[in-house]
Design a binder for this molecule. Sequence first.
Ligand SMILES: Cc1cc2nc3c(=O)[nH]c(=O)nc-3n(C[C@H](O)[C@H](O)[C@H](O)COP(=O)(O)O)c2cc1C
Length: 181
Amino acid sequence: MKVLIVYGTRYGTATEISEEIARVMESEEIEVDVKDARSLKHFDISPYQLVVVGSGIKMGKWTKKSLNFLKENKEALASRDVAIFVTCGAANEEKNRAEGQEKYLDQVAATNLVNEPVTTGLFGSKYDPDAKHGLMYNFTMKFIKKDLEKHGIDTSKPIDYRNWDEIRAWARGLAESLKNE
Ligand SMILES: Cc1cc2nc3c(=O)[nH]c(=O)nc-3n(C[C@H](O)[C@H](O)[C@H](O)COP(=O)(O)O)c2cc1C
């Protein structure tokens, strides 16, 4: 029983989530391979019973490579369990979560998967005042910083909106579903 986790990331957030999902599954005696979608080309997914594919969101979009992974393996994925997740700003606030679920998960699944995913995960992002990732990132962070400050939130320190308990529970749920098959 083997699990493959493929992630697309621009700033490393999805990497950390993928690694935590892997840690939880490994603690349940499941063998897990974690791969950056950028490192994969014509990758053989036949050894894997469950494939987890996740991405960070930028301007409404998954990374090209993680989406390409879904497209290129559409047929092979049809005969396996597939779970998808995203990390995005929309997950951080209750009022934006339904839209995030619809645009970044449900629509992506409907367009790129033959079958419904076994589950989807909508996970938060992080705010790091010291991170430097180029113009577009800095511009967006300035905007987010202003908005946080408007709500009286201290922006001098990093804020992690990822709910790690929720992420671990999600991973445990997947591990359970594998054992029950
Ligand atoms: C330039 C930029 C654009 C973003 N666009 C969106 C967006 O359209 N929707 C959203 O919910 N979050 C958006 N975010 C937040 C990211 O999705 C979030 O930081 C995520 O955790 C990034 O994942 P990654 O580090 O794995 O790429 C954006 C962030 C940046 C820096």
